[in-house]
Design a protein around this ligand. Structure first.
Ligand code: FAD
Length: 294
């Protein structure tokens, strides 16, 4: 139950943090909310010599929105803050909803949005809508910054594109088109404190006739080693009048693209089935919401 002894550092500024992360390199793990890391340490699955707690650094916290430019969410912003933020709910409702479905209230008040992507679990809640909204991450170090799409940052199970000396400092979301409607849903064994068997986000825009699909993005979670962006669904729907028949074809196409595995949470067959269920539901919900957009 107890982790092995470790050195604890709590830098107060980005400069201090970059210096520590650079100097300690592979001998340290970054600690945000600890809701993933501390469990692994207690179970002795990992035993870092040092832990660098970045939660005191103001520059890595908070939500900023600039009309026309989009949003920046500090990496150590708590998932609960994303869930309850009025501007996130208004501009990126699928993200607010997904953040609010993580674990329990306690887990959401400790865990951070940056930690959710850095942990790189295929079943993580927020990467799926982040990818649907076209979000990118900024990783920073003593020598500068790199920016990349979330789907490139997350490379596989517990694999992220973070070099020694770097910290994920913020997540950037582009200003959503006023016509965009996005929806998120998941399936799990129960409502709280469960890990998703499958999750999905759909972002859809209609042309002015409110029938023809202008653009659509469907992102699947927990059916591949990282968020999986459907290629087939946009190919089928873009430029077409939305119809039940097309939705059926799109759901089948997404099922074909999914690469689920069987594990303790669900069989591959069940996951594939649920991909079809969620695709149908979310495409229809996003279409209805896009029709309502003024
Ligand atoms: C009971 C329980 C239920 C849960 N349910 C869900 C759920 O339903 N859905 C879900 O998605 N998750 C769930 N989680 C997992 C967890 O709460 C989230 O993944 C959370 O967002 C992790 O954030 P954290 O700040 O706690 O990360 P930490 O545990 O602090 O860190 C996680 C990993 O990311 C690295 N890291 C963190 N921040 C940074 C950074 N800024 N830069 C570089 N590396 C960084 C750490 O080194 C570590 O490897 C659950 C956890 C628990 C304990």
């Amino acid at each position: 139950m107890y982790p092995k002894p470790f050195g604890y550092y709590a830098p107060q500024t980005p400069v201090e943090a970059y210096e520590l992360v650079g100097r300690l390199g592979g001998k340290a793990k970054i600690l945000a909310g600890g809701t993933d890391l501390v469990i692994l340490m207690k179970d002795k699955i990992i035993s870092p010599e040092n832990v660098i707690d970045i939660t005191n650094i103001e520059e890595f916290q908070g939500i900023k929105y600039e009309p026309g430019k989009g949003m920046e969410i500090g990496a150590t912003t708590k998932n609960a803050e994303v869930q309850f933020s009025e501007v996130v709910k208004q501009k990126y409702p699928a993200l607010a909803y997904a953040a609010g479905e993580i674990g329990s209230s306690q887990v959401r008040h400790m865990g951070t949005i940056g930690g959710n992507s850095c942990n790189a679990s295929p079943s993580a809640e927020t990467p799926t809508p982040l990818v649907a909204y076209g979000a990118s991450v900024v990783v920073s170090s003593a020598t500068g910054e790199r920016e990349m799409p979330v789907e490139e940052f997350i490379q596989g199970v517990r694999q992220i594109d973070l070099k020694e000396g770097e910290i994920l400092t913020r997540i950037k979301l582009p200003e959503p088109s006023p016509k965009l409607a996005a929806k998120y849903a998941y399936m799990g064994a129960r409502d709280a404190n469960e890990i998703d068997s499958v999750n999905m986000a759909v972002a859809l825009e209609l042309k002015d006739d409110k029938k023809t699909v202008q653009s659509v993005k469907l992102v699947m979670g927990s059916v591949f080693i990282k968020p999986l962006i459907s290629k087939a669904v946009p190919a089928l729907l873009t430029g077409q009048e939305f119809s039940d028949d097309l939705v059926e074809q799109a759901a089948a196409a997404a099922q074909n693209e999914a690469k689920p595995i069987s594990d303790v949470r669900a069989s591959a067959e069940y996951r594939r089935e649920i991909v079809g269920v969620l695709a149908r539901r979310l495409l229809k919900e996003a279409f209805a919401a896009a029709q309502e957009v003024k």
